[in-house]
Write a protein that binds this ligand. Sequence first.
Ligand code: ZN
Length: 281
Amino acid sequence: MPETSTPAEPVATDPPSTLAYAPAPTEARPQPRWTARDGKLPPTARAPATAAPTPPAAVTPAPTAPGAPSIEPAKPGEAKAPATALKTIARPTSADCAALMAQGPAVVEAAPDLPQSGACGIERPVRLKAVKMPDGRLVALSPVAELRCDMAAAATAWLRDDLIPALGAGGSPVEVVKVADDYSCRPRNRVRGARLSEHGRGNAIDIGGFKLADGRVLEVAGSGLPKPFRVTMRATACARFKTILGPGSDGYHENHIHVDLAARRSQRSYCRWRIPGTDAS
Ligand SMILES: [Zn+2]
């Protein structure tokens, strides 16, 4: 099945309940520390002092709707805050998006516009360098992922809220997310003549595995990832993204997980990743 074909059959998705494998962390988000590495925002550009610690009733990050960025919304009364305090990142510029994401969930920088090459190109490109965990720890993406801003936000939320806590629950925290592909001007599955891949729009990311703090490298290939984590990874990906392809899907995704936010007429996701011994296999 080509990379982003519209599915004709029902979509096999896991219920979000499989998130129970690793309960979403309670977000005792510390006040941001504004150092040079936090980005280009001057202290005056951050949310005003009214952005006090998050009230307890709103601290549990739940899986968001597919594509919805996990960005703290501006609080009432902040409507006239600087552009970096946008309520959403629906149509920001790259610089807006980078600044907004750098306020909390990620280390990003605005990427220069790419020269158009046929249909390829990224609208509002950013470089996603690391994910900031609620405790302030950084988890690097290697290599840095160049993505459309909305896709970077979605990937950040997935990594930060779902994958890194789930895998880290096994003992050793995740240190690096291995990126198998990001922006790439190419046809789907690198098959000559095929339609443009979502990678050609910066709208897709491939995850190849993770490196843990204890030095272990857990890869998608083979059985490198613990089965409960694979189940969680699939369920959360299928809840957040539009196309999800993994091992057993089409022969092109045996060593990485592809997720994208392809525009579809249907609101359904196309989710294909076979995990032997599970209901959705
Ligand atoms: Zn891919």
